[in-house]
Write a protein that binds this ligand. Structure first.
Ligand SMILES: [Zn+2]
Length: 143
């Protein structure tokens, strides 16, 4: 087999797609012809790289990584949407806390404003005083 014929068949030889007889001819030629052997090596390397790239493309791990990345992006989008909620949640909580404290102060105010006021306010105070009496016991029980 001539060098040119070997070169033409080399790709098929490397892919092992030649008939057995031609496979044998090319192999024998490569063994005896350094130029073609070198050419075959170069081609094999190129094919090796192509094979690796092809393998990476269909690599399940690669697919998993791509999938994971896509899922991450989806997650980021999901996380991105309630970002306002995530920021607002502590703010809302703070507002509720302030309202609760303010409400507590307001609830306590009748007692404070009642002290030293006239009898009518003292009458209104009575339930609060009763609560005040009960409170230490409750506090004691809770501890
Ligand atoms: Zn040759």
């Amino acid at each position: 087999m001539k060098c040119k014929a070997v070169h033409n068949n080399l790709i098929f030889f490397l892919e092992k797609e030649l008939p057995d007889s031609e496979m044998k001819e090319v192999r024998e030629h490569l063994n005896s012809c350094p130029d073609c052997a070198l050419f075959a090596e170069e081609m094999k390397k190129t094919f090796g790289i192509l094979e690796v790239e092809k393998a990476v493309e269909v690599n399940p791990f690669f697919y998993t990584r791509v999938k994971a990345r896509l899922e991450n992006q989806e997650q980021e989008q999901v996380v991105g949407r309630p970002l306002l909620v995530r920021v607002l949640q502590p703010v809302t909580f703070s507002i509720l806390l302030v309202l609760a404290v303010y409400g507590g102060i307001k609830m306590g105010q009748p007692y404070h404003s009642a002290t030293g006021n006239d009898g009518l306010n003292e009458m209104q105070m009575i339930p609060y005083l009763n609560e005040m009496d009960a409170e230490p016991i409750e506090a004691f029980l809770m501890e």
